[in-house]
Design a protein around this ligand. Sequence first.
Ligand SMILES: Nc1ncnc2c1ncn2[C@@H]1O[C@H](COP(=O)(O)OP(=O)(O)OP(=O)(O)O)[C@@H](O)[C@H]1O
Length: 581
Amino acid sequence: MSAHADPLDHRYSGEHPVRSVAYLLREDRRRLVLGILAFALKHSPTWLLPLVTANLIDVVVQHRPLSELWLSAGLLIASLSLNYPFHVLYVRCWAGTVRRMGTRLRSALCHRMQQLSIGYYSRMSAGALQNKVIRDVESVEQMVQQTGDTGLGAVMMLLGGLIVIAFRAPAFLPVFLVIVPCAALLATKLRGRMRTDNERFRREVEQLSTRVSEMTTLIPITRAHGLERAALRRVDGTLWRVFEAGLRVDVLNGRFGALAWTTLNVLGAGCLTGAALAAYSGWITPGDVVMLSAFFGTLTSATTGLMSLGPVFVRGLESVRSVGEVLQEPDLETNEAKAKVTEVRGEVAFESVGYAYAGGSGTAVRDFTLTVSAGERIAFVGASGAGKSTVLNLVIGFLRPTSGRILLDGRDMQDLDLRSYRTFVSVVPQEPILFEGTIRENVAYGLPDVSLDRVRQALADANALDFIDALPDGVDTVVGERGARLSGGQRQRLAIARALIRDPRILVLDEATSALDTHSERLIQQALERLVRGRTVFVVAHRLSTIRTADRIVVMRDGQIVEAGTHESLVRSDGAYAALL
Ligand SMILES: Nc1ncnc2c1ncn2[C@@H]1O[C@H](COP(=O)(O)OP(=O)(O)OP(=O)(O)O)[C@@H](O)[C@H]1O
């Protein structure tokens, strides 16, 4: 077996997509060759049949010995019976290769998606990415599969046919040699337009995926406000653009197919007349006319088959480009060759940190200098858009400072492997993110071999055990997608349990803004108290209780720190914080 060909090692942009496909198939090239040989054997009856038929007719017309008849029939039956085993062998080799390539490509896409920066996901919709993993890979698979099923068949038909004709009726060879260049000319003439039309169609389908996934996410809001019509109008516009782009591709494919069919059949009819005239003059036998006519038919369908591959190829190659866009995306979070973090005390120092979003207006965080000692609790407050979430994302390492630097225990975060750093970090987002799975799986997400006792302890500390034990399946209860079967407060407590079980050194907390009833609020407050103990905590605080108990409160405005201090000192100084209160 050759060296391992990882789809991620290949350079897609600037490379012809055919070369990219060849790269993707490199590992399986031996299987492909074996597949071609098996195909040649199983396909042999198709060009043998006209030859044998011609022989049989000539035996009858020319009263040749009967033994020739038996010989021909035996040959034909023998080659027909080869079809079954060799067809199975071909499918195993070819389809196996195609499926393996598709699986590798999808796996490479998923790998890349785990390496792309968080910023990439704010530009690219989940729907469009899903489309690339599912539909584009399928188009690439179809292209290679049909190259085998249709392409190999047609090429072998053409070659076999031409060889037989060269021996039996060489005078007709030039006619057949004209057909192929004619078809090729037609194909290249239309290729340019096919490519642009297919690219437009793909972009529209990606847009549709984005719209549909957006629509499903928005359904609760849409329904609650009676906005069904507006939501449908948004999708409808895209649907009709997909329709137009799709129809354009179909019509072009149709014109291509019809033109090819007519041209080839007219040529075929001309050849048949020519052959009949030749037999009439005694240059060739009647059997030859039958054979030539059969070959016209099969050669025409072979050429049409080859040409029908044109659209499949254009679509497949367009999909290779589309997949390449993700595999080649440079906006990666690079962690390779950076220092692994094996221990975190929890001191975080911001030194004149600035951050500007690409495409954003101005800087979101400016000249931000703050030293947070290990175990300190920092609460950020400020008006909406002041830059609080941006600071949290800088702490997690989702965003890298555009100026200044952040030191973790005295080491520049720029030089650290963020994946290893994040094993010491827990994040409790404003909207808890749960997946379709049991409560236990959700809490222990990503941690191997966590005992049931530890899960239950974390849930107990998060004040979640009481409601969970009341559920019919306890910790094995399946929460709906995104935790749809739980209340807001319950979801928050699960998110707290998930953070607790990780026992992080640094905790990043984006408090939910939505008000909960006092009972629920108190349960969450208690759970949070247990969670923050002994850790460095960064919290965007909305609850007065959280703010009061913070070691330091940082008041932000326009991406800058305006004030910092304890609750009491800030109230006393009667500045921005007092005004906010
Ligand atoms: N992905 C983004 N692209 C461009 N600009 C952004 C992006 N995210 C945030 N911003 C801008 O950066 C600034 C700070 O945003 P940030 O989300 O940090 O504020 P915030 O204080 O957390 O606000 P809130 O309390 O409303 O969440 C805002 O002006 C916002 O418009």
